[in-house]
Design a protein around this ligand. Structure first.
Ligand SMILES: [Zn+2]
Ligand SMILES: [Zn+2]
Length: 220
């Protein structure tokens, strides 16, 4: 059956292609260019127009989808625009409620995997630390213990400790490793040649980590 003069989606069939069985010369009605199109492609509707026009159409559809998401809020993030990231992947530029700017992939955004620039996780970590230490500080307050020894409340020297100092352990190579535990997570502070240095590092970390929390509860 000759398909000449028929129209399939955006293809206008002109004539059977010369010397190419099952192919037709067709005009893409979107751009007016002539292509040789396989007859089944016309009939099954899989190729509705030429590749170039289909690509443009897809890009336009995507643009609309992206455009729709602009201005929307996902957790702490507000979408301000979109751009092409690695591997031509679309990423959204977002303003975070904390004032930072960040870029997020579509899936991370709509599934809620990412809902801040990273500040949310930080805030949650602080909250966890506070929750862990709150009972300790309460106890301390009730007992009217001087705040300066509150650090030591954390300091149950491990029975296995070879150094006798909380937060400092001896390495196999005879050096000293300092660490601090916060909300059941251990933070490595460094490896030191002498016990004194490791002790110092631990003291500084205590000051840095515990003092702000301690201050908060003292001020209550
Ligand atoms: Zn076209
Ligand atoms: Zn943020």
């Amino acid at each position: 059956m000759d398909l000449s003069e028929k129209t399939f989606n955006y293809w206008r069939v002109l004539r059977p292609s010369d010397g190419k069985k099952y192919y037709y010369d067709c005009e893409c009605l979107k751009c007016g260019k002539i292509y040789q199109v396989y007859q089944n492609t016309l009939k099954n509707g899989k190729g509705k127009m030429c590749r170039a026009c289909a690509g443009k159409e897809r890009a336009e559809e995507q643009r609309e989808i992206h455009q729709e998401i602009i201005g929307k809020q996902f957790g702490r993030l507000t979408v301000t625009g979109w751009t092409k990231g690695k591997k031509n992947r679309t990423v959204y530029t977002c303003d975070c409620a904390c004032g930072n700017k960040t870029t997020v992939g579509y899936n991370e955004l709509v599934t809620g995997k990412k809902s801040s620039c990273g500040c949310l996780r930080k805030d949650e970590a602080i909250k966890r630390i506070e929750q862990t230490y709150e009972p300790m500080y309460k106890k301390q307050k009730e007992a009217q213990i001087d705040g300066t020894i509150a650090y030591e409340l954390d300091a149950k020297v491990s029975k296995n400790s070879k150094t006798g100092i909380n937060g400092v352990s001896k390495t196999n190579k005879g050096k000293y490793r300092a660490y601090i535990n916060l909300a059941r997570k251990q933070y490595h502070l460094g490896i030191f040649e002498t016990l004194e240095e490791a002790k110092q590092a631990r003291k500084e970390a205590e000051k840095k980590f515990y003092e702000p929390i301690l201050k908060k509860y003292k001020d209550k």
